[in-house]
Design a protein around this ligand. Structure first.
Ligand SMILES: C[S@@+](CC[C@H](N)C(=O)[O-])C[C@H]1O[C@@H](n2cnc3c(N)ncnc32)[C@H](O)[C@@H]1O
Ligand code: SF4
Ligand code: SF4
Length: 359
C-alpha cells in the first residue's frame, strides 16, 4: 500500500523508491557510486561445469592485461567492495597476483573478494592473498563425494582440489593472517541435494565454517529439472533433508546460508552491481554480462547482453552517470522491467542474497 492505495504489481518499484527516496534517487542518477563492482579479469575457464552458462554464452575468450587493470583500478575510487570474478575463472589470468597488489595499493580500505573453482591454488597465490589482504575467498564446491563432484565440475579432479584446500588453509594459518576468510559456495540442485551434511564434514578439518547453498539458474534444458526452488511461492516447502542439514550445521557451529526456495515475483532489482569484462566492457548486472538463455517453466527466456560503455575509452564514473546507465537504473527503479528481468533469479531472490533458514 502506498498512501492508502493498493499498487498494481508493476508499480511496486514506485513504493520501493519512495521508502528511501533520497539515497535511491542519488543512486539512480549515478551520484553515488555502486556498492559493489565485479571484474572478470579472465574471460575463460578451465572447467565445463554442467550447470554453468559459460560455454554456451561466451564467444569472447580473453584476459585482462596489467595495464588495463591498473587503469581500471584508478577508476574505482569510493567503491566499497571489489569482486573478482563474476562469470569466469580468475585464476587463469597469469597476472592475478600483481593485480591483487595493485587493487590493494589503490584501495587500502576496500573489501576485496575473489571467487574461484579452487583448481589452481599455488603457494604463490596463497602468499598473494595474504600479502594483499584479500578479505574473502569463495571456493565453489558442489559435492563432497569425489565421483559426483567430478561429474558436475567436469575437468576438475577432486583429489587436486582437496590438496589445494589444504595448501590454502595451511598457508593462511602459517601466516597468522586473519584474512582471507574462506567460504564455500555450492549450487544446490537435485543432483547434489544430499551433499550438505557431507560438505560440512569435509570442510571442518580445513577450518571452513561457512557454507552457502545458492539456487540454480537453469541455463539449459538439461538442467531445468534440477532446480530446487519453486516458482509458486505458496507451495514451496523446504525439503526435510535440507532442514535436517541446517540443524546439523547449527550443531556443528557452521554458518549455513541459503538463497530463497520460493521465487518472489516482486520488484527488487534497483541496485544491481556492474560487471566489467576482461576487455573493459561494462554491463549493468551479472545476468546481462553475457547473452544468456534460461529455461523456466517450460519457457526459453533470452537475457540479452547489455553494454553501457567501455572503461578503456571512458572512465567508469562517466559510464555510471551516462544517459544509458541512468535510463537503465531508472526503468528498474520504477519497476518498469523488461520481460527478462521479471524472470531473473536474482530479482526473484532465488539466486543471492543468502540467509540462514532460521530454524
Ligand atoms: C560462474 S562462477 C565464476 C567463478 C568460478 N569459475 C567458480 O566456479 O567459482 C561463479 C559461481 O556461479 C556458480 N554457478 C555456475 N552455474 C550456476 C547456475 N546455473 N546457477 C547458479 N550458480 C551457478 C558457480 O558454482 C560459482 O560458485
Ligand atoms: S568453474 Fe566456474 S566459470 Fe568455470 S564452468 Fe564452472 S562454474 Fe562456470
Ligand atoms: S532483474 Fe534485470 S537488471 Fe536486475 S539483475 Fe536481473 S536481469 Fe539484471
Amino acid at each position: 500500500m502506498l498512501f492508502g492505495c493498493r499498487l498494481p504489481a508493476r508499480l511496486t518499484g514506485v513504493r520501493e523508491l519512495m521508502m528511501n527516496f533520497k539515497p535511491r534517487l542519488r543512486y539512480v542518477l549515478g551520484r553515488s557510486a555502486p556498492s559493489v563492482v565485479s571484474i572478470d579479469v579472465s574471460g575463460a575457464c578451465n572447467l565445463r561445469c554442467r550447470m554453468c552458462s559459460l560455454e554456451s554464452s561466451n564467444p569472447r575468450v580473453g584476459m585482462m592485461g596489467l595495464t588495463s587493470l591498473s587503469r581500471l583500478s584508478r577508476q574505482l575510487e569510493g567503491i566499497p567492495v571489489i569482486e573478482l570474478s563474476s562469470g569466469c575463472e580468475p585464476t587463469l589470468n597469469p597476472d592475478l597476483e600483481e593485480m591483487l597488489a595493485i587493487l590493494r595499493r589503490d584501495h587500502p580500505e576496500a573489501f576485496l573478494n575473489l571467487t574461484t573453482n579452487a583448481t589452481r591454488i599455488s603457494e604463490r597465490f596463497v602468499q598473494a592473498l595474504v600479502d594483499h589482504r584479500v578479505d574473502k575467498l569463495l571456493l565453489s564446491l558442489d559435492a563432497a563425494e569425489p565421483g559426483l563432484y567430478e561429474s558436475i565440475r567436469q575437468g576438475a579432479r577432486f583429489e587436486d582440489v582437496m590438496a589445494n584446500l589444504r595448501r590454502l588453509a595451511e598457508g593462511i594459518h602459517r601466516s597468522g593472517s586473519p584474512v582471507p576468510e574462506l567460504e564455500v559456495i555450492c549450487t544446490l540442485m537435485t543432483l547434489n541435494a544430499d551433499q550438505i551434511k557431507p560438505l560440512i564434514d569435509l570442510l571442518a578439518p580445513f577450518g571452513i565454517r561457512s557454507l552457502i547453498m545458492n539456487g540454480l539458474v537453469p541455463f539449459s534444458a538439461e538442467s531445468a529439472p534440477w532446480k530446487m526452488w519453486s516458482l509458486d511461492g505458496e507451495h514451496a516447502p523446504i525439503p526435510e533433508p535440507t532442514l535436517e542439514a541446517a540443524r546439523y550445521a547449527e550443531a556443528a557451529g557452521v554458518r549455513l546460508l541459503f538463497a530463497d526456495f520460493a521465487a518472489t515475483p516482486v520488484h527488487r532489482c534497483w541496485d544491481c552491481n556492474p560487471v566489467i569484462s576482461w576487455d573493459g566492457d561494462v554491463s549493468p548486472c551479472f545476468m546481462c554480462s553475457f547473452d544468456r538463455t534460461v529455461f523456466l517453466d517450460g519457457r526459453r527466456l533470452r537475457f540479452p547482453r547489455v553494454v553501457l560503455g567501455n572503461v578503456n575509452r571512458r572512465p567508469l564514473p562517466g559510464i555510471w552517470k551516462s544517459v544509458p546507465a541512468v535510463r537503465f537504473r531508472a526503468t528498474r527503479a520504477l519497476g518498469l522491467l523488461p520481460d527478462y528481468c521479471r524472470s531473473c533469479a536474482m530479482q526473484m531472490g532465488v539466486l543471492c542474497p543468502y540467509r540462514t533458514l532460521g530454524i
